[in-house]
Each structure stands twice: as C-alpha cells, then as structure tokens.
Ligand binder design. Structure first.
Ligand SMILES: [Cu+2]
Length: 202
C-alpha cells in the first residue's frame, strides 16, 4: 500500500522522519526512520523513483549488523513492483545473490555503491510519499518498512533539493497548498542528518 506521509503527519500519528518527533522523543529510536530486526537496524530506507517513462527504481538504505554473524538481504517485496535484483557493486554490471551485511559492520546501499534494482512497476509511486515494503534477510527474517520515495535524481535519503527540482518540473506545490503540507516538508528536511546539518537531539 501507499502511505500518505502528509496525512499521517497531519493526523498526529506515526510521524516519519519528523524533526518534531525526534526532539520530543529525545534519543529514542521509536519514531526515527529506522527499523530493528534482531541484531539488524535498517536506517533511512529510500527508493529513487522511476524517471518519467521509466519502469525501474532503486532501493537504498543503511543496514547495521550488531550481531556476531553475517546476514544477507535476499528479498525486497511490495505490491507496487514485480522484481528486485541485487547488485553488490554499482561498478560491476552483474547481479549478486543478495547484499551481505557483515557482523559488527554497516552496509551502505547508496547511489554509486550497492543497490537493489526494482523493476516491473505495476503502479505509479509518488515522489514525496512513502512506500511500504518488506525486506527479507536470510537469517533475521522479514521486516516491514516504509521507504521514503525520493526524486529520480536524488543522491541521498531526504534529498530536499532533488525533491524541489522534481516538484518544480511537475508543477507540484505551486498552487498554494495547505499549510500542513509545508510544515511537513520543513520537518522532513530538518531531519536529514547525513550532510552534517543535524538538528540537536539526534
Ligand atoms: Cu529517513
């Protein structure tokens, strides 16, 4: 299912990546954009949406393994797309049988590195929303996550600049949206802590 982030936020429910949530909850990970599964932590999962006319998307995330044994991401599932293909190294044009998560290490899936290619999209996915997906790990099992859907040229999770370019190109947010939508955008951008601009409390 497609999750309406904006509706969630306006309803005061489970906020996704909300700076407000982060400050209210202190260092608790309950409302952070991360998911725990046994010894694994999946942080900031995101999907790079298909470019216009394309049928492929990319899945990225930080995956930490706090355990003593390696695990492996072997499945990414959602009703929106048909196939997931694993690539351990973007420089090599070859599939791998999953993405290994070594013990006591973090594996980064990101543009230019490891990635999961999602293809055969059956339904449109909307930039700025969330996509519920199931990740399957060889040992830890399955976890349902909500990945942020980012613009086709986004370089990292919560790439506000790419989102703004995309919205401009697609005439989004130009007709005076409800104030709540703006607030959400601010909250979301403030949360980005990959560029060193981390708000206090995280
Ligand atoms: Cu996130």
């Amino acid at each position: 299912m497609m999750i309406k982030r904006r509706d969630l936020l306006l309803s005061g429910g489970a906020m996704l990546c909300g700076a407000a949530a982060t400050s209210l909850m202190g260092s608790s990970s309950a409302d952070a954009h991360e998911y725990e599964l046994g010894k694994l932590v999946v942080e900031h999962p995101w999907v790079r949406a298909p470019a216009d006319g394309d049928n492929k998307a990319y899945f990225y995330a930080f995956i930490h393994n706090n355990g003593d044994a390696p695990d492996r991401l072997i499945g990414v599932k959602a009703e929106k797309f048909g196939q997931a293909e694993f690539h351990a190294d973007a420089r090599l044009d070859e599939k791998s049988n999953g993405i290994v998560i070594p013990p006591k290490e973090s594996t980064t899936l990101a543009p230019g590195g490891a990635y999961v290619l999602l293809s055969d999209f059956k339904k449109h996915i909307e930039v700025g929303w969330g996509l519920e997906m199931t990740l399957v790990f060889e040992k830890a099992g399955e976890v349902v996550i909500d990945a942020a859907i980012e613009a086709p040229d986004a370089m990292h999770a919560h790439d506000a600049e790419a989102q703004a370019r995309w919205e401009k190109a697609h005439n989004k947010d130009t007709a005076g949206p409800a104030s709540g939508e703006h607030e959400h955008h601010h909250d979301h951008e403030d949360h980005d802590h990959h560029d060193g601009a981390s708000p206090a409390g995280k």
